[in-house]
Design a protein around this ligand. Sequence first.
Ligand SMILES: [Zn+2]
Ligand SMILES: [Zn+2]
Length: 265
Amino acid sequence: MLVDSHCHLDYNDFEDDFEEILARAKENGVTAMLNAGNNIGELDKQLALSEKYPFIYTAVGVHPHNAAEYENIKAQDFIAQAGHKKVVGIGECGLDYFYDYAPRDTQIRIFREQIIAAQETELPLIIHTRDADDDTIALLKEMYQQKPFSGEIHCFSSSKKLADFALSIGFYISASGILTFNKSQDIREIFADIPLERLLVETDSPFLAPIPQRGRRNEPAFVKYTAERLAQIKDIPFEKLAQITSDNFYRLFRKASDKGRYDYE
Ligand SMILES: [Zn+2]
Ligand SMILES: [Zn+2]
């Protein structure tokens, strides 16, 4: 059993062969997927998939890349959508200072609204952060002191300082295909120190395909390559790593019931 804890299945990349992708995921032991939200305006597309397939969960959020389109969005706009039974998290949300597609103060404001939504709904926060460690830590710390919330750093590619901070507030940390890249030795060293019970695995499909599929369109079946590499790093058998990361997923995303796992089999 494996859970792809973060992917983007409603992207056009998957339009032509969607059923084949799901079949390959199943063949490779992927029993559930979390289709993350980037753009609350397209939530209907996400919900349509989640209503059709019991093993596809989703989340409501605005990606930092899209923050400028949602200047006036409020926590209440996310909370209003969070009652759907397949919406299991808030996000992805956060700060991306690598691309800086939206002004940084706008990114921070929209991120803050989504943290408030996580506080109010008690759904976990799915955080995207790139080249923004200090501002991410500062905002999480400020908001966590007001009212605790749960969450994860998805597609982790940040510093040990950010990993340590995230762990200190009970967050989970998710490994993507980046873990398999040759240049990622520093990321592998950080993962070596993360407790097993705080690890998740993901594809972030269609992006970031792991070695040996690097450069191709990523898909949920490929989460096994990242999980294999993570099992090596943690020096445990693959099956054990797969079980632990799946259990972690269901512990963090409580609304993703066990039922989803068995519906798929
Ligand atoms: Zn992301
Ligand atoms: Zn994503």
